[in-house]
Design a protein around this ligand. Structure first.
Ligand SMILES: Nc1ncnc2c1ncn2[C@@H]1O[C@H](COP(=O)(O)OP(=O)(O)OP(=O)(O)O)[C@@H](O)[C@H]1O
Length: 275
């Protein structure tokens, strides 16, 4: 007891920070590993980390040599196995633009107008079962995606959005990218998700929406051509067949709430609570 008191009294603020950082890194690392496909490989590497010093202590030179080489191969295998995760992380960092300024004046009349126009276009497209895919850019810039389509830089209007998605017109295939109050481009090609746990009945339009929101903080709005259902995706998760009130709420989160609030987390947790 006395010893514990002594240790505690000697703990400075930097020791506490030190412990907190190490705890956080290990905790996060563990949580990451727990969910990953490469669990067996990681187990093997941890085993090697334990076995190599043991082989050294008992001076088993040959065994140690083999374990050392296996460890090196294991590290390379780890990079190969985690390649999708590493690529995703690098893409995420690469897309983050420090100079992406927003012209959004939240709570303004323009925001209200834009919400009304998007709701009107989406409900009309849904009623007519016209497939549509809209991506709302957030903090992470989507310039490379915009470059894959036809640049418009047009004001948002219900008529224009409906027109873009009318079948057999030049821009109907692909996604529209929206930033603040502008339609930046149409006919854009999005990265498809590589999540193979998704239900087989989810087609490429919805997979593209999921893929885009996995690789950026954007929000995707989808109208299904097959069912007329309105859905949205955030953070790689798809919320299907939403009602107009929910769509209004989603758009309000984008256009109306305080800029300081993190729509991404707030919306995600709100929906997780509901499920
Ligand atoms: N990578 C992509 N990027 C952007 N749009 C895409 C992409 N892949 C498919 N699409 C759009 O999705 C359309 C095909 O949708 P598909 O029927 O395969 O998917 P779905 O999710 O079942 O949609 P729906 O419910 O509307 O039928 C394409 O014509 C194209 O407009």
């Amino acid at each position: 007891m006395g010893q514990i008191k002594l240790i505690l009294s000697n703990l400075g603020i930097n020791s506490i920070i030190d412990i907190a950082i190490v705890y956080y890194v290990f905790y996060k690392g563990f949580m990451l590993i727990r969910d990953m496909r490469a669990k067996q490989l990681l187990k093997g590497i941890f085993l090697l980390i334990i076995l190599i010093p043991i082989a050294e202590i008992f001076e088993l030179h040959m065994v140690k040599w083999i374990l050392d080489r296996t460890f090196q191969v294991g590290i390379i295998a780890l990079v190969v196995v985690f390649q999708p995760e590493i690529r995703r992380a690098l893409e995420y960092i690469g897309r983050t633009s420090m100079f992406s300024f927003s012209n959004l004046d939240k709570n303004s009349a323009t925001s209200e107008y834009v919400i009304k126009e998007i709701v009107s276009a989406t409900s009309s497209l849904a009623r007519q079962k016209i497939g549509a895919l809209m991506i709302f850019e957030q903090k992470i810039g989507l310039n490379d995606i915009v470059d894959s389509g036809t640049k418009l830089n047009a004001e948002i209007s219900s008529g224009l959005l409906i027109n873009i998605f009318i079948p057999n017109t030049p821009l109907h295939d692909g996604a529209v990218i929206i930033k603040d109050y502008s339609i930046l481009a149409a006919g854009c090609f999005l990265p498809l998700t590589d999540n193979n746990l998704l239900s087989k009945d989810i087609g490429t339009r919805h997979r593209a929406a999921i893929g885009m929101t996995e690789k950026s903080d954007s929000i995707a709005l989808i109208v299904s051509e097959e069912t007329g259902y309105i859905s949205y995706a955030i953070d790689g998760r798809l919320y299907r067949n939403i009602q107009i009130e929910e769509l209004e709420h989603l758009l309000s989160s984008i256009y109306m709430e305080s800029e300081k609030s993190n729509i991404f987390d707030k919306w995600r947790y709100r929906n997780e609570d509901k499920k």
